[in-house]
Design a binder for this molecule. Structure first.
Ligand SMILES: [Mg+2]
Length: 102
């Protein structure tokens, strides 16, 4: 699947979420959700690295999956954040990550 298709689908999923829960799909919501997901990633990573309370420990395969899910949430919300700001994220990635390192 092309990046643009992935991006469009992720934006559509975020918009559906907002519609379902009657939330304005604006940049403030996107920014706060992005921070929330970063926090969830930190929590998952702490559990995975066994730097959390022992009662939160889980099987390594499961904690790794949780870390993967939270990273996916960060990427998804970052894409939605870009959408709410009308930023062409594909172009921004190209400029910031790819062209600089050619
Ligand atoms: Mg999450």
């Amino acid at each position: 699947m092309e990046f643009s298709q992935v991006n469009e689908k992720i934006v559509a999923v975020a918009q559906d979420y907002c519609e379902r829960y009657k939330i304005e799909p604006n940049e403030e919501f996107a920014a706060l959700k992005l921070y929330e997901e970063v926090g969830e990633f930190a929590q998952a990573f702490l559990i995975h690295e066994r730097m959390s309370r022992p009662e939160k420990f889980m099987d390594e395969k499961d904690s790794r999956e949780l870390v993967a899910q939270e990273l996916a949430d960060i990427v998804g919300m970052a894409l939605f954040m870009a959408h709410t700001l009308n930023i062409d994220i594909e172009e921004a990635l190209e400029k910031k990550w790819l062209k600089k390192h050619e």
